[in-house]
Design a protein around this ligand. Structure first.
Ligand SMILES: [Zn+2]
Length: 463
């Protein structure tokens, strides 16, 4: 008997967690935090739907916080098994998990100081120290190798092209009759994206959990560099500053890469670029350390010396003082800070300081989930609540979709085209309801797949 339960990423792009239970193995695939809408975030505090002690191991598709950020809480609940991910995934976890604990402590402290928390006192979901305690459980695995989870149960990681080290995971239950294979897509990357290789195709699986972040959208043909150049040029003309909320891992490195290309071709002036988050520094270092994960173009650039992938006038802000000093900069500059959906982190301080001035631009470069400040601003909100304060939005709000690290529906269908037979069923996950619906319909029409959109906590029997 094998069952699969959906503990997150149903009707939302956050909280990815899927529990696979067989007679000999209980594995959790991804262990992400819920973000965005309050009713979702509240689930992070609910008792875990299964006994964490009964879980043998966690398999990670990649190290974004909505896929790994719940690990310290699972550990606090009694989980003590191994956590498997590719080498870069485990290295990025070593950055993002303690950082996530640190941020939660800071936010709780801030809420208590300002007295805006409804809970008194406000508590962090976990602390930096508790996050550190998870790290010894991490175990690196490699792409394209078969690993044994339990007798008759194996798994294989393949490149998903989404961020460094991201993977699809195929689990084979050879001890079932007939044997069953289940593929977890994780987050799928884009074809032809900078630095990373394209998502590797998978020939077949009986069941597929397929992400649908952009299930109802195509990224369009906008030229990413052109769009970035014109937004920067216009803001500089007004004498303003460009604030870019970005995930510290992934898009930040692409942005730096593009800024340098634009500077070199003189399409933008050389501006001071402030990278506010020590973690992004280290994420860039991890990227530099793993050229074996690059595509051909980035390998060629790397062979020429990697220094020129960063803008010429780049400043890393690693301390809080350096971060605060950026507030004093009044001439045009670029500020990049996490988090990417403005749900927390240092970008909130920069937004608060810059968003009330119409000269400035707030530029969004990644998917903005429902209920996040990023989404509210893109939808035209006139005021945004930051640290308990209503702050007016007067700056220009812009977005560039083509920086997205997610495949759009056309790219998902291209990846699906790599299958040699349809699965028994595709579970459409990791999408807001309209996006999942749209992708399910496209799959039914174009390849005749049987699709199901699971509900939160739904459990299915795999036969
Ligand atoms: Zn991701």
């Amino acid at each position: 008997m094998a069952t699969l339960q959906f503990l997150g990423a149903t009707g939302t792009v956050t909280g990815s967690k899927y529990l696979l239970t067989t007679d000999s193995e209980r594995a959790l695939v991804d262990c992400g935090l819920f973000q965005g809408l309050k009713e979702l975030r509240r689930r992070n505090w609910d008792p875990f739907p299964a006994d964490p002690e009964s879980i043998h191991r966690v398999l990670l598709t990649h190290a974004h916080i909505d896929h790994v950020g719940y690990l310290p809480k699972l550990r606090k609940g009694g989980f003590s098994g191994e956590i498997w991910g590719t080498t870069p995934t485990t290295e990025i976890c070593r950055l993002v998990l303690p950082d996530s604990g640190h941020l939660q402590e800071e936010e709780a402290k801030f809420a208590n100081k300002k007295g805006y928390s409804k809970h008194s006192p406000a508590l962090p979901l976990y602390t930096e120290k508790e996050a550190q305690e998870v790290l010894p459980l991490l175990k690196p695995v490699e792409y394209e190798k078969e690993y044994v989870l339990a007798e008759g149960v194996t798994c294989r990681y393949r490149d998903a092209g989404h961020i460094l080290g991201s993977s699809t995971i195929l689990i084979s239950l050879k001890n079932q009759s007939p044997p069953i294979t289940i593929l977890f897509s994780g987050d799928l990357g884009r074809y032809g994206a900078p630095i990373l290789r394209d998502p590797a195709s998978v020939p077949e699986a009986d069941y597929i959990l397929l992400e649908s972040t952009y299930g109802n959208r195509a990224h369009g043909t906008e030229d990413r560099e052109e769009a970035l150049a014109s937004i920067i040029a216009e803001t500089v003309k007004r004498g303003g500053t460009i604030v870019i909320p970005a995930f510290a891992v992934g898009r930040t490195q692409d942005l730096l890469y593009d800024l340098r290309i634009l500077e070199d071709s003189r399409r933008i002036p050389i501006l001071p670029v402030y990278m506010d988050r020590p973690m992004a520094t280290s994420a860039s270092e991890i990227l530099a350390r793993h050229p074996e994960y690059y595509d051909e173009e980035a390998t060629a650039l790397n062979n020429k010396g990697r220094n020129h992938i960063w803008p010429s006038n780049l400043h890393w802000c690693s301390t809080q003082q350096e971060s605060k000093a950026v507030n004093q900069v009044t001439s045009p500059c670029v500020i990049i800070a996490a988090s990417g959906m403005a749900t927390g982190g240092r970008v909130l301080h920069h937004l608060k300081h810059r968003m009330t001035d119409p000269k400035n631009t707030l530029l969004f470069v990644g998917f903005q989930a429902q209920g996040t400040r990023g989404r509210l601003m893109l939808e035209g909100a006139k005021k945004i609540k930051i640290h308990g304060e209503e702050v007016p939005v007067k700056a220009q709000i812009q977005k560039i979709d083509s920086f997205s690290a997610h495949a759009d529906y056309k790219e998902i269908l291209r990846w699906v085209g790599g299958f040699t037979r349809p699965p028994k069923k595709a579970f459409i996950v990791h999408g807001e309801p309209e996006a999942s619906q749209a992708l399910a319909e496209k799959l039914r029409e174009s390849v005749g797949w049987k699709c199901h959109i699971p509900a939160y906590l739904e459990a299915v029997l795999l036969e």
